[in-house]
Design a binder for this molecule. Sequence first.
Ligand code: CA
Length: 225
Amino acid sequence: MHILIIEDDLAIAANLYDFLESRGHSADAAADGEAGFHLAVTLRFDGILLDIGLPGMGGMALCRKLRHESQIDTPVLMLTARDTLEDKLAGFEHGADDYLVKPFALKEVEARLVALHKRHRGKVACRLLEVDNLTYDPKTFSIRFAEQNVKLPPKCIRLLALMMSEPGRVFSRNELEAEAWECVQETSDTLRSHMHVLRRALTKAGGYDPIETIHGLGYSLTLRA
Ligand code: CA
């Protein structure tokens, strides 16, 4: 997972950072609300660790801004020094997903982040995806492109759904394989042949191929407006 740590206590932030990296995650850190907010809206994270007491924009205000102004629904795990019911309720009201009181066990931070990430992915997976004239309804597994129905095998649907979740972003081979096969494939032929089937079906329906090969990096979905 890719985690954003927003914490002004540098010792705590370094601890979290080192622990998460040692567990195979990647992390970015910010020491104040403004820098944290900027990272949260410009990069993609699987979870945000957010301290309530921050210099400048506090954790509550940051969370509210993320949810209401930027429409960012990345799971937020709030960190606080105080264990009061009011704090907890205020955190949830401002859009936090979970709450941990300092001092916390690092393993618990990770367990909560993993649980939040799973729950979030479950929610995202049920949502109708719509990118211009391309739609995917996960409830019926139906895809429409330029008002045509597109029939695809399940693995191609998973690849497309992942790319539709962030149009324009480049998805690496590993990310795509992890999504469709739940592990990285030994040869790149499997992904390549599924991509070929997907692109051919989309081209047939829409009259052009909306998937771009970014040489050496991966694939991206770019629809013509
Ligand atoms: Ca603090």
